[in-house]
Design a protein around this ligand. Structure first.
Ligand code: FAD
Ligand code: UDP
Length: 392
């Protein structure tokens, strides 16, 4: 008899498997319908021997010391600060928009102070910032919004920014200095030997059995377990009882070129041209040296694997119905980006999983003593989720 059946071997499922097995001596079966562990963070060496991320670029960044140290138990890190250029009006300019973006785009030589004045002069007043359009036009005005955000967002989500919650474009700040990093988190690094290797270490424990190529429906009636941790799409778990929760999908087109370097930055965004949103050059992320180079192009799609929950009011309303049902379902715990319908980064999912682990151990505390969970993890999710780069 397994103590836990964990559905999904991504960050949410694997963190819980690791904690429950090593800290609480639980017997865990973790199943994934894919042929590999690591969920959407899965990476592998392609046919040319270049380390690539199958499901698009995954860059690790967090403000949580706890999360960074926790993952550090399973990997060494390669310091890496991510940088992105946007192809706009025939030029390659830094994204997020900063002082250099404006000077290059308009052929100016403004100072930080002057660019702040410039933003103030073009910003549109918005009473209450609600949508992803409001966030941008209230900061940098309509012209820059049109050049950098409107079309990219339409392509990525199949929706206008005015239809999306403010949290979506709030992920990308605006700066008046020359900082051209995509993220400003305290900890920014890539797992030295890749994500999959890190997950292998997490799951390498005699209490953990991993079953791949298996939908949990195929086994749940035959393999006895006490509790379930579910990290797949929450609407699917409940047979779409209240209707389908919309998720945005992507098609990834991978390519290897017979040259050492191709892009002017690790990622180039194409807000206004092409059917893809961005191109990533993996060697820039991983630091690998190789005479050839591997790229991935991201083509947004309505149908396909669910990659992004879509933050907008009606979807939140529908999710709340599922959440109520999930909360009322005994012995099943819902965690992760798909199961809690949250546009979470990897670190937020790790924090959420550590918090659930703490909750599970607390529930048990009265009967059997267990080792403490990672200190301070209880409020981790709240801390990480409430952060907004726009407040930088
Ligand atoms: P997942 O990784 O999706 O794992 C869920 C697993 O459950 C999947 O492997 C799935 O196969 C399995 N599953 C589902 N249903 C079943 C079933 N019925 N039976 C068995 N198994 C099932 N985050 C960052 O921090 N930095 C980034 O740069 C970044 N880039 C991203 C780029 C892209 C294109 C995408 C899509 C996401 C990116 N993320 C990034 C987010 C990151 O991928 C997620 O936060 C994280 O992987 C979520 O982990 P999870 O365990 O919740 O879900
Ligand atoms: N965005 C944009 N233009 C850009 C980059 C981002 O309009 O050049 C918007 C877009 O809506 C995108 C969101 O900001 O979906 C969040 O961007 P991020 O790079 O965080 O997306 P992710 O890496 O999660 O796909």
């Amino acid at each position: 008899m397994f103590d836990y059946l964990i559905v999904g071997a991504g960050f949410a499922g694997s963190v819980l498997a690791e904690r429950l097995a090593t800290r609480s001596n639980k017997k865990v079966l973790i199943v994934d319908k894919r042929s590999h562990i690591a969920g959407n963070a899965y990476d592998h060496y392609n046919e040319e021997g270049i380390l690539v991320h199958k499901y698009g670029p995954h860059i690790f960044h967090t403000n949580s010391k706890d999360v960074f140290e926790y993952l550090g138990n399973f990997t060494d890190w390669r310091p890496y600060e991510h940088r992105v250029l946007a192809s706009v009006d025939g030029q390659m300019v830094p994204m997020p928009i900063n002082l250099d973006t404006i000077n290059k785009l308009y052929g100016l030589n403004l100072t930080s102070f002057e660019v702040e004045e410039f933003f103030a002069s073009v910003a549109e007043p918005v009473d209450v910032v609600k949508t992803s359009e409001d966030v941008v036009v209230s900061k940098v005005g309509r012209e820059l919004y049109n050049k950098f955000f409107k079309n990219y967002t339409n392509k990525q989500w199949g929706l206008d920014p005015s239809q999306l919650d403010k949290s979506v474009t709030s992920r990308v700040p605006t700066r008046t200095n020359r900082d051209d990093r995509y993220f400003t988190d305290t900890y920014q690094a890539m797992p030295l030997h890749g994500y999959t290797r890190m997950f292998e270490k997490m799951l390498d424990h005699p209490n953990i059995k991993v079953m791949l190529n298996t939908d949990y429906h195929e086994i749940m009636d035959f393999i006895p377990f006490k509790e379930m941790i579910f990290t797949g799409p929450v609407d699917e778990y409940f047979d779409f009882k209240f209707g389908k929760l919309p998720y945005r999908s992507l098609e990834f087109k991978h390519e290897t070129l017979n040259k050492e370097k191709h892009l002017a930055a690790p990622v180039v965004n194409y807000p206004n041209d092409n059917l893809y949103t961005r191109i990533t050059e993996f060697k820039a992320l991983t630091g690998q040296e190789h005479p050839k180079t591997a790229l991935v192009y991201e083509y947004p799609q309505a149908e396909g694997d669910p990659y992004y929950p879509i933050p907008m009011p009606e979807n939140a309303e529908l999710y709340n119905k599922y959440k109520k049902l999930a909360d009322e379902t005994p012995n099943v715990h819902f965690v992760g980006r798909l199961a809690t319908y949250k546009y979470y980064n990897m670190d937020q999912v790790v924090a959420q999983a550590l918090t659930l682990y703490k909750k599970l151990t607390e529930k048990e505390k009265s009967t059997s003593p267990v080792l403490p969970a990672i200190s301070g993890s209880s409020s981790l999710v709240e801390k990480l989720v409430s952060r907004s780069p726009q407040q930088e």
